[in-house]
Write a protein that binds this ligand. Structure first.
Ligand code: GTP
Ligand code: MG
Length: 268
């Protein structure tokens, strides 16, 4: 608990077994619950997370082999605390500085705070292509939505739990990242702001394809603004993918039992 608010930290996770312990050790002790949502990890991420004593979910829904958005949706839905923090589990986000970040959220009466990495505050070696991609998406959002954002692709944000159902999240893949910020910033009842953070060097090698992911973001931001056709939207929407219905959402470490639930909805 921090300043009378309970705090959940939700982390999407795929094949992060080597780094998970380091990242979890950095989390301040005032965080009330840590939720790790693994998605098709092929290493022992799930086992390691269980051994670390956190709540572990395995959500194997994917779109184009990516389940980042589904993992966040599952984490947000499962979180029980007043403030829900979402952050990548690759060590890049300063979870150890959560106190000042939460201070900023509470002092400014925000319901959604997005952690902005740009301009970089230190010598972190972020590839030029990634910086250029983020700048391009910021410009696209500025032109199409009239929202000035510094970091459309930040992987760390704080949500006041009272507005979690207003976020209307649908994107199960990487596009959850722009979706959650755009939906929060445009919602008339959500006070949205960015807060400048320091980014750390990634632990381990990247598996990200910056070109493919960046172009998909660009296209999604465009069709989301103009809602071109229902069919075009369905191609990119979570519900349209038959694979979502086939996979299972497996809940581990809940009441020390293992449950299997059909994952044709987002409920857990
Ligand atoms: N649950 C789940 N987590 C994922 C998936 N893909 C990546 N992740 C996690 O999501 C976070 C972000 O993924 P990254 O691979 O770091 O992608 P990125 O931050 O865009 O790129 P780099 O940090 O530059 O490699 C990490 O914590 C990953 O473990 C997935 O399909 N499902
Ligand atoms: Mg990363």
């Amino acid at each position: 608990m921090y300043r009378a608010k309970t705090i959940s930290l939700c982390m999407p996770c795929r094949n992060e077994s080597k780094h998970l312990e380091d990242v979890i050790k950095r989390v301040p002790s005032f965080v009330d619950e840590i939720i790790v949502v693994s998605n098709k990890s092929t290493d022992d991420t799930v086992q390691i997370a269980e051994n670390l004593g956190v709540r572990v979910y395995e959500d194997n829904r994917t779109i184009g082999k990516i389940g980042y958005g589904f993992a966040h949706m599952t984490g947000i839905h499962a979180a029980k605390c007043d403030i829900i923090v979402g952050a990548d589990s690759d060590g890049t986000y300063p979870v150890e500085q959560l106190d000042v970040i939460i201070d900023n959220m509470i002092d400014n009466n925000l319901q959604f705070l997005s952690c902005n990495r740009h301009p970089m505050l230190n010598e972190t070696n972020i590839p030029f292509m990634l910086r250029f991609g983020v700048w391009s998406l910021n410009m696209e959002v500025r032109l199409l939505y009239w929202h000035k954002m510094q970091d459309m692709l930040s992987g760390m944000w704080l949500i006041d739990s009272s507005i979690k159902d207003k976020l209307n999240l649908r994107m199960g893949d990487w596009n959850l990242s722009p979706e959650i910020k755009i939906n929060a910033a445009r919602h008339p009842e959500i006070n949205f702001a960015e807060y400048h953070i320091e980014q750390h060097q990634r632990l381990g090698e990247t598996h990200q394809n910056y070109w493919v992911t960046g172009l998909r973001h660009m296209w999604w931001i465009f069709i989301n603004r103009f809602r071109i056709t229902p069919k075009a939207r369905r191609i990119f929407s979570a519900e349209s993918k038959a694979e979502c219905l086939k996979n299972t959402l497996r809940i581990i470490s809940e009441n020390e039992s293992v449950n299997y639930i059909r994952s044709n909805s987002q409920s857990v």
